[in-house]
Design a protein around this ligand. Structure first.
Ligand code: SAM
Length: 224
Protein backbone atom coordinates (compact mmCIF):
# COMPACT_ATOMS: atom_id res chain seq x y z
CA UNK A 1 0.00 0.00 0.00
CA UNK A 2 1.12 3.55 -0.57
CA UNK A 3 2.31 5.59 2.39
CA UNK A 4 -0.59 7.99 1.80
CA UNK A 5 -3.01 5.08 2.32
CA UNK A 6 -1.60 4.49 5.81
CA UNK A 7 -1.37 8.17 6.65
CA UNK A 8 -5.00 8.54 5.70
CA UNK A 9 -6.05 5.56 7.82
CA UNK A 10 -4.29 7.01 10.85
CA UNK A 11 -5.69 10.49 10.25
CA UNK A 12 -9.23 9.09 9.91
CA UNK A 13 -8.75 6.81 12.94
CA UNK A 14 -9.41 3.75 10.75
CA UNK A 15 -6.96 1.65 12.68
CA UNK A 16 -8.82 -1.62 13.11
CA UNK A 17 -5.46 -3.42 12.96
CA UNK A 18 -4.42 -1.89 16.30
CA UNK A 19 -4.90 -4.30 19.20
CA UNK A 20 -5.98 -2.96 22.58
CA UNK A 21 -3.87 -5.64 24.23
CA UNK A 22 -0.35 -6.97 23.92
CA UNK A 23 -0.27 -9.53 21.11
CA UNK A 24 -1.11 -12.68 23.11
CA UNK A 25 1.46 -14.85 21.33
CA UNK A 26 4.33 -12.48 22.10
CA UNK A 27 4.96 -13.11 25.83
CA UNK A 28 4.83 -16.92 25.64
CA UNK A 29 7.18 -17.19 22.65
CA UNK A 30 9.59 -14.28 23.07
CA UNK A 31 11.82 -16.13 25.60
CA UNK A 32 12.79 -18.50 22.76
CA UNK A 33 15.00 -15.74 21.41
CA UNK A 34 17.05 -15.92 24.61
CA UNK A 35 17.99 -12.26 24.52
CA UNK A 36 19.65 -10.20 27.21
CA UNK A 37 17.47 -7.79 29.11
CA UNK A 38 19.09 -4.78 27.43
CA UNK A 39 18.63 -6.20 23.92
CA UNK A 40 17.82 -3.74 21.14
CA UNK A 41 14.68 -4.71 19.27
CA UNK A 42 13.85 -3.39 15.80
CA UNK A 43 10.09 -3.12 15.29
CA UNK A 44 9.36 -2.24 11.65
CA UNK A 45 5.99 -0.66 10.81
CA UNK A 46 5.30 -0.45 14.53
CA UNK A 47 2.13 1.66 14.65
CA UNK A 48 1.24 2.41 18.27
CA UNK A 49 1.33 -1.24 19.25
CA UNK A 50 1.22 -2.07 22.95
CA UNK A 51 3.94 -4.61 22.18
CA UNK A 52 6.39 -1.69 22.09
CA UNK A 53 5.63 -0.98 25.71
CA UNK A 54 5.80 -4.66 26.60
CA UNK A 55 9.35 -4.79 25.19
CA UNK A 56 10.29 -1.76 27.28
CA UNK A 57 8.85 -3.40 30.37
CA UNK A 58 11.16 -6.37 29.72
CA UNK A 59 14.07 -3.92 29.86
CA UNK A 60 14.63 -4.05 26.09
CA UNK A 61 15.47 -0.97 24.06
CA UNK A 62 13.02 -0.46 21.18
CA UNK A 63 13.76 0.94 17.76
CA UNK A 64 10.35 1.52 16.20
CA UNK A 65 9.89 2.65 12.60
CA UNK A 66 6.56 4.04 11.50
CA UNK A 67 5.43 6.42 8.77
CA UNK A 68 2.64 7.98 10.85
CA UNK A 69 3.79 10.64 13.28
CA UNK A 70 0.30 10.57 14.77
CA UNK A 71 0.76 6.90 15.65
CA UNK A 72 4.10 7.52 17.36
CA UNK A 73 2.95 10.62 19.23
CA UNK A 74 -0.18 8.79 20.37
CA UNK A 75 1.89 5.85 21.58
CA UNK A 76 4.25 8.14 23.50
CA UNK A 77 1.40 10.11 24.97
CA UNK A 78 -0.50 7.01 26.07
CA UNK A 79 2.57 5.72 27.85
CA UNK A 80 3.55 9.04 29.45
CA UNK A 81 6.68 9.28 27.34
CA UNK A 82 5.85 12.25 25.16
CA UNK A 83 6.90 14.94 27.62
CA UNK A 84 10.31 13.43 28.23
CA UNK A 85 10.93 12.56 24.56
CA UNK A 86 13.48 14.63 22.68
CA UNK A 87 13.34 14.98 18.92
CA UNK A 88 16.03 14.79 16.31
CA UNK A 89 16.08 14.40 12.56
CA UNK A 90 18.04 12.44 10.01
CA UNK A 91 17.32 12.40 6.27
CA UNK A 92 13.54 12.55 5.93
CA UNK A 93 13.01 11.12 9.42
CA UNK A 94 11.90 12.74 12.63
CA UNK A 95 13.17 10.70 15.57
CA UNK A 96 11.52 10.67 18.98
CA UNK A 97 14.05 9.55 21.58
CA UNK A 98 13.22 8.29 25.06
CA UNK A 99 15.45 6.50 27.59
CA UNK A 100 14.00 3.13 26.61
CA UNK A 101 13.48 3.50 22.91
CA UNK A 102 13.70 5.60 19.76
CA UNK A 103 10.94 6.01 17.21
CA UNK A 104 11.78 6.84 13.64
CA UNK A 105 8.95 8.55 11.79
CA UNK A 106 9.26 7.97 8.06
CA UNK A 107 9.44 5.37 5.33
CA UNK A 108 11.26 2.26 6.55
CA UNK A 109 12.74 1.79 3.08
CA UNK A 110 14.58 5.09 3.51
CA UNK A 111 16.14 4.16 6.83
CA UNK A 112 19.89 3.94 6.27
CA UNK A 113 21.58 1.01 8.03
CA UNK A 114 24.38 3.29 9.30
CA UNK A 115 21.91 5.48 11.14
CA UNK A 116 20.94 2.89 13.73
CA UNK A 117 23.12 1.09 16.23
CA UNK A 118 23.34 -2.71 16.04
CA UNK A 119 20.09 -4.61 16.46
CA UNK A 120 19.74 -7.78 18.56
CA UNK A 121 16.37 -8.97 17.24
CA UNK A 122 13.55 -8.08 14.87
CA UNK A 123 9.86 -8.25 15.72
CA UNK A 124 7.78 -8.24 12.53
CA UNK A 125 4.15 -8.17 13.67
CA UNK A 126 1.49 -7.07 11.17
CA UNK A 127 4.37 -5.61 9.16
CA UNK A 128 5.28 -7.76 6.16
CA UNK A 129 1.59 -8.71 5.86
CA UNK A 130 0.73 -4.99 5.58
CA UNK A 131 2.57 -4.79 2.26
CA UNK A 132 1.44 -5.72 -1.26
CA UNK A 133 3.13 -8.62 -3.02
CA UNK A 134 5.12 -6.27 -5.25
CA UNK A 135 6.36 -4.30 -2.22
CA UNK A 136 7.46 -7.25 -0.09
CA UNK A 137 10.71 -8.18 -1.87
CA UNK A 138 12.06 -4.62 -1.44
CA UNK A 139 10.95 -4.60 2.19
CA UNK A 140 12.66 -7.93 2.94
CA UNK A 141 15.81 -6.90 1.08
CA UNK A 142 15.92 -3.70 3.07
CA UNK A 143 15.31 -5.47 6.38
CA UNK A 144 18.30 -7.64 5.59
CA UNK A 145 20.48 -4.54 5.27
CA UNK A 146 19.32 -3.18 8.63
CA UNK A 147 20.44 -6.19 10.66
CA UNK A 148 23.45 -8.43 10.70
CA UNK A 149 23.12 -12.05 9.47
CA UNK A 150 23.14 -13.30 13.08
CA UNK A 151 20.10 -11.30 14.20
CA UNK A 152 17.08 -13.50 15.00
CA UNK A 153 13.59 -12.50 13.96
CA UNK A 154 10.07 -13.24 15.07
CA UNK A 155 7.55 -12.85 12.26
CA UNK A 156 3.78 -13.02 12.40
CA UNK A 157 2.12 -13.87 9.13
CA UNK A 158 -1.18 -14.96 7.62
CA UNK A 159 -1.90 -17.61 5.02
CA UNK A 160 -5.25 -17.50 3.23
CA UNK A 161 -6.52 -17.59 -0.38
CA UNK A 162 -5.66 -14.09 -1.58
CA UNK A 163 -8.37 -14.18 -4.26
CA UNK A 164 -11.08 -14.40 -1.58
CA UNK A 165 -10.18 -11.14 0.19
CA UNK A 166 -8.13 -8.09 -0.69
CA UNK A 167 -5.43 -7.13 1.79
CA UNK A 168 -4.21 -5.70 4.00
CA UNK A 169 -3.44 -7.87 5.79
CA UNK A 170 -2.11 -9.85 2.84
CA UNK A 171 -1.48 -13.56 2.70
CA UNK A 172 2.25 -14.19 3.04
CA UNK A 173 2.78 -17.96 3.13
CA UNK A 174 5.77 -19.47 4.87
CA UNK A 175 7.27 -20.39 1.48
CA UNK A 176 7.41 -16.69 0.63
CA UNK A 177 9.12 -15.86 3.95
CA UNK A 178 11.51 -18.71 3.15
CA UNK A 179 12.27 -17.17 -0.24
CA UNK A 180 13.32 -13.89 1.40
CA UNK A 181 15.21 -15.20 4.39
CA UNK A 182 15.72 -18.94 3.96
CA UNK A 183 19.35 -18.64 2.86
CA UNK A 184 20.26 -16.97 6.16
CA UNK A 185 17.74 -18.42 8.57
CA UNK A 186 16.20 -21.64 9.79
CA UNK A 187 12.45 -21.06 9.99
CA UNK A 188 10.50 -22.68 12.78
CA UNK A 189 6.75 -22.51 13.31
CA UNK A 190 6.17 -21.45 16.92
CA UNK A 191 2.43 -21.24 16.55
CA UNK A 192 -0.16 -21.98 13.88
CA UNK A 193 -3.75 -21.13 14.60
CA UNK A 194 -6.95 -21.02 12.62
CA UNK A 195 -8.35 -17.47 12.92
CA UNK A 196 -11.28 -17.67 10.49
CA UNK A 197 -13.85 -17.94 13.23
CA UNK A 198 -12.33 -15.25 15.54
CA UNK A 199 -11.78 -12.65 12.84
CA UNK A 200 -15.37 -12.17 11.68
CA UNK A 201 -14.42 -8.96 9.88
CA UNK A 202 -12.39 -11.00 7.40
CA UNK A 203 -15.38 -13.24 6.71
CA UNK A 204 -17.41 -10.13 5.99
CA UNK A 205 -14.76 -9.14 3.47
CA UNK A 206 -15.23 -12.43 1.61
CA UNK A 207 -12.80 -14.85 3.19
CA UNK A 208 -14.40 -18.26 3.56
CA UNK A 209 -11.92 -21.10 3.04
CA UNK A 210 -9.22 -20.76 5.66
CA UNK A 211 -7.12 -18.25 7.56
CA UNK A 212 -4.01 -19.48 9.24
CA UNK A 213 -2.01 -17.23 11.49
CA UNK A 214 1.61 -18.20 12.03
CA UNK A 215 4.25 -17.03 14.44
CA UNK A 216 7.64 -17.87 13.03
CA UNK A 217 11.05 -17.89 14.64
CA UNK A 218 13.90 -17.20 12.26
CA UNK A 219 17.14 -18.44 13.76
CA UNK A 220 20.33 -17.39 11.99
CA UNK A 221 22.12 -20.33 10.38
CA UNK A 222 25.36 -18.54 11.26
CA UNK A 223 24.56 -18.99 14.97
CA UNK A 224 24.79 -22.79 14.78
C1 SAM B 1 -1.10 -3.14 9.82
S1 SAM B 1 -0.33 -1.79 10.62
C2 SAM B 1 0.49 -2.65 11.95
C3 SAM B 1 1.02 -1.77 13.03
C4 SAM B 1 1.68 -2.53 14.20
N1 SAM B 1 2.76 -3.39 13.75
C5 SAM B 1 0.66 -3.32 14.98
O1 SAM B 1 0.80 -4.55 15.08
O2 SAM B 1 -0.29 -2.70 15.49
C6 SAM B 1 0.99 -1.39 9.51
C7 SAM B 1 1.71 -0.12 9.89
O3 SAM B 1 2.80 0.10 9.02
C8 SAM B 1 2.93 1.48 8.75
N2 SAM B 1 3.67 1.54 7.48
C9 SAM B 1 3.28 1.05 6.29
N3 SAM B 1 4.24 1.17 5.37
C10 SAM B 1 5.30 1.76 6.00
C11 SAM B 1 6.60 2.15 5.58
N4 SAM B 1 7.04 1.95 4.33
N5 SAM B 1 7.43 2.70 6.49
C12 SAM B 1 7.02 2.90 7.78
N6 SAM B 1 5.79 2.57 8.22
C13 SAM B 1 4.93 2.01 7.34
C14 SAM B 1 1.49 1.98 8.72
O4 SAM B 1 1.37 3.35 8.97
C15 SAM B 1 0.85 1.13 9.82
O5 SAM B 1 0.90 1.78 11.06
Amino acid sequence: MELSYWQSRWNKHKTGFHMQIVYPLLPPHWPRLALSKEARILVPLCGKSLDLNWFMEQGHYVIGVEVSELAIRTFLEQHDLLDEATTDSKGDFTIYCTPCGEFWVGDLLKLHPNWIDPIDAVYDKAAIVALREDQRPDYARHMRTLVSPDTPMMIQTFDYPQDEMPGPPFSVPIEEIESYYGDRYTIEVLEKRNRLDDLAKFKQRGLETHLWEYVLLLTPKSAK
